[in-house]
Write a protein that binds this ligand. Structure first.
Ligand code: ADP
Ligand code: ZN
Length: 627
């Protein structure tokens, strides 16, 4: 248990040995090994793996291996200048010669790195796509190519090349040059976005027709999905955080910048450590907030979708949506940022009629072409179906990505199967009311009026328009407003009813209304989305301790706490997030083992050769001193 199988060999090109020596991990995960071997031997690859699946090692290990085998430097294309410093910092901690080239460097630093690149002293170089296609950089690459020292191109976040993805970056389009100009250099493109349309687009745009595709399961079993009916989202969110995730790190996604600001303020007022993040903030403020989120414990980031890509913080315990995203790809990508460390995490969304109306309107009013809008509507519909679902959320999510599965036991619907009621009859009455008003009076009305009519309310507006004389007046008197709202929401969600945003949000029948009116399409709803689902037993969490450490005894807890404060110190000195030094899970494993010698640290996951050398003695001292 306490000794490693083979001594570290800094010259080996063997991927498994590199995994042990450099990264301190015992075995490859999922398809990593196949991918790494394929790329090491010079093949092209398209890798689809969920967030947290371990994509980085899929190109980092081939980069190290190929350099050791004499193939030279690897180029990593990443859209995230703001994160390159931490990414490269993490590699330095593992003893890998990595650098980045971007606008944060001054001229001398840039020159120095370029020279070292030419001399073959660098294993991996991170660049943004716009840098890659500059004449200066291409000249550098040409030089390396002509001397056979260009080992690999890795294209991270490859979905950015596609307009069907949710992070389209026009600069990514320029990356087709890689294949055209350097046809002999292997390429690996990686993404966590897996739908067919985006995938096909990546293949075409990056000319990866001959690349081998590695598609992993997209399941994230440690994430618990829940979607609740939106009533007072700020209060609902606060209750969720207080009940499930006090003092833990999370991200809350909002639709607008204004909402981000307001919500961050409300959370702060309630005593939480919350920060805003959106594209309207000053770049320096954004960077500061991002750094604090990565470096401090327990921060709740309120953000637009501008935040999150490439954030590899492993211990984000929840991702919440207070507004509905545009599509399942976005939802899955965003929620995937929770629980990268494999520990229990939550994906929580509040969803209401207004979300449906807003998202439909945004599509209708966008300047895009009709074909594009159709695709967007289809994608929105799939998300609405997920939100309205009364069966397993995970089965639906994975099904969307073409992956069959069984009910998961870890989503709200599995844990608390909702009571279903048949809303078909109510739906027909609502639709026929809308039909008759328009037929008789030639105008439309909004949801409020239509609900008042079928519930038999003699409001001023009902009487004024003579709507109390309609044959449907009062026919749904026994049905609550919340239930009727649910029926309307589902009708709109499924396209059987439309909201005309250009005419005061009046309700309009569609081609899809007829089948519902005729009773051919059943409308099944949960009895009430708003009864808060009684939770399955709350996951054990000892106070503020990280999940990985929950199982430690009292002495172990003391060692763990001491190790954490030592780590915080080191992270500050190195200006890096704490998890880059060691993950919580690694510290917990050290605390559990209670090492008496350096030898006892061997084989603990996450302690590679360089880290053992750099920190082994310190870790031992801290752990022994804590008893
Ligand atoms: P992705 O980029 O796919 O979202 P990462 O590359 O950031 O995922 O990996 C997620 C986490 O899993 C990281 O903390 C990483 O260190 C860890 N990890 C990856 N591969 C392995 C492995 N083979 N063994 C143990 N941990 C791993
Ligand atoms: Zn489920």
């Amino acid at each position: 248990m306490s000794s490693v199988l083979t001594a570290p060999d800094p010259t080996t090109a063997d991927p498994l040995q590199i995994l042990h020596d450099v990264f301190g991990y015992e075995r490859f995960r999922g398809r990593q090994q196949d991918i790494v071997e394929h790329v090491c031997s010079g093949g092209d690859a398209l890798v689809l793996m969920p967030t947290g699946g371990g994509k980085s090692l899929c190109y980092q290990i081939p980069a190290i291996s190929r350099q050791r085998a004499g193939h030279g430097v690897s180029i990593v294309v990443s859209p995230l200048i703001a994160l390159m410093h931490d990414q490269v910092g993490a590699l330095h901690e593992a003893g890998v010669d990595a650098e980045f080239l971007n606008s944060t460097l001054d001229w001398n630093q840039t020159l120095d790195i370029e020279r070292r690149m030419q001399r073959g002293e660098i294993t991996m170089i991170y660049v943004a796509p716009e840098r890659l296609s500059t004449p200066r950089f291409l000249e550098l690459l040409d030089g390396l190519r002509d001397t056979d020292r260009l080992a690999l191109f890795a294209i991270d976040e490859a979905h950015c090349v596609s307009q069907w993805g949710h992070d389209f970056r026009p600069e990514y389009r320029g990356l087709s040059i890689l294949h055209e100009r350097y046809p002999g250099v292997p390429r690996i493109a990686l993404t966590a976005t897996a739908d067919d349309l985006t995938r096909a687009d990546i293949v075409e745009r990056l000319e990866l027709q001959d690349a081998r595709q590695f598609v992993s399961s997209f399941d994230r079993p440690n994430i618990r999905y829940a979607i609740v009916e939106k009533k007072d989202p700020t209060q609902q969110l606060l209750r969720f955080i207080e009940r499930e995730h006090p003092d833990e790190a999370g991200v809350v996604y909002c639709q607008s910048r204004k909402r981000v600001e307001e919500l961050a303020q409300s959370l702060c007022d309630a005593g939480l450590n919350a920060l805003p993040y959106h594209a309207g903030l000053d770049a320096a403020v954004r960077q500061r907030h991002q750094d604090r989120f990565l470096r401090e414990d327990g921060i709740v980031m309120c953000a637009t979708i501008a935040f999150g890509m490439g954030i590899d913080k492993p211990d984000v315990r929840f991702v919440a949506h207070v507004d509905m995203p545009k599509n399942i790809e976005g939802y899955y990508q965003e929620t995937g940022r929770a629980g990268r460390d494999g520990q229990a995490a939550d994906a929580w969304m509040a969803y209401g009629l207004q979300d449906v109306v807003n998202q439909r309107r945004m599509i209708d009013e966008s300047p895009a072409g009709e074909e594009f809008k159709q695709v967007m509507r289809g994608k929105l519909d799939a998300l609405l179906a997920l939100a309205e679902a009364t069966d397993c959320r995970r089965v639906r999510l994975l099904g969307y990505f073409g992956e069959p599965s069984q009910p998961c036991g870890n989503c709200d619907n599995c844990l608390n199967p909702p009571d279903i009621w048949d809303g078909t009859d109510a739906a027909r009455k609502l639709l026929s009311t809308i039909y008759w008003i328009r037929k008789q009076q030639g105008i439309g009305f909004g949801a409020g009026q239509v609900m008042d009519i079928v519930r038999g309310k003699t409001s001023e507006k009902v009487v004024q328009h003579g709507h109390d004389k309609l044959s449907t007046f009062g026919l749904c008197a026994d049905i609550s407003e919340a239930q009727l709202r649910g029926v309307l929401r589902q009708l709109i969600a499924t396209g059987a009813l439309q909201v005309d945003a250009a005419a005061y949000n009046t309700l309009v029948l569609t081609d899809g209304s007829r089948a519902v009116l005729k009773g051919e399409v059943p409308v099944r709803l949960r009895l009430s989305l708003n009864t808060p689902t009684a939770r399955a037993p709350r996951r054990e969490r000892a106070g503020k301790t990280a999940p990985a450490a929950a199982a430690l005894d009292a002495a172990g807890q003391t060692r763990f706490a001491a190790l954490k404060s030592w780590r915080a110190e080191v992270a500050r000195e190195h200006n890096l997030p704490a998890y880059v030094i060691f993950h919580d899970a690694t510290l917990a494993a050290i605390a559990e083992r209670a090492p008496n010698s350096l030898d006892d640290l061997q084989g603990i996951t996450g302690i590679g050769g360089k880290k053992l050398e750099a920190y082994g003695a310190e870790v031992l001292r801290v752990s022994l001193a804590a008893g």
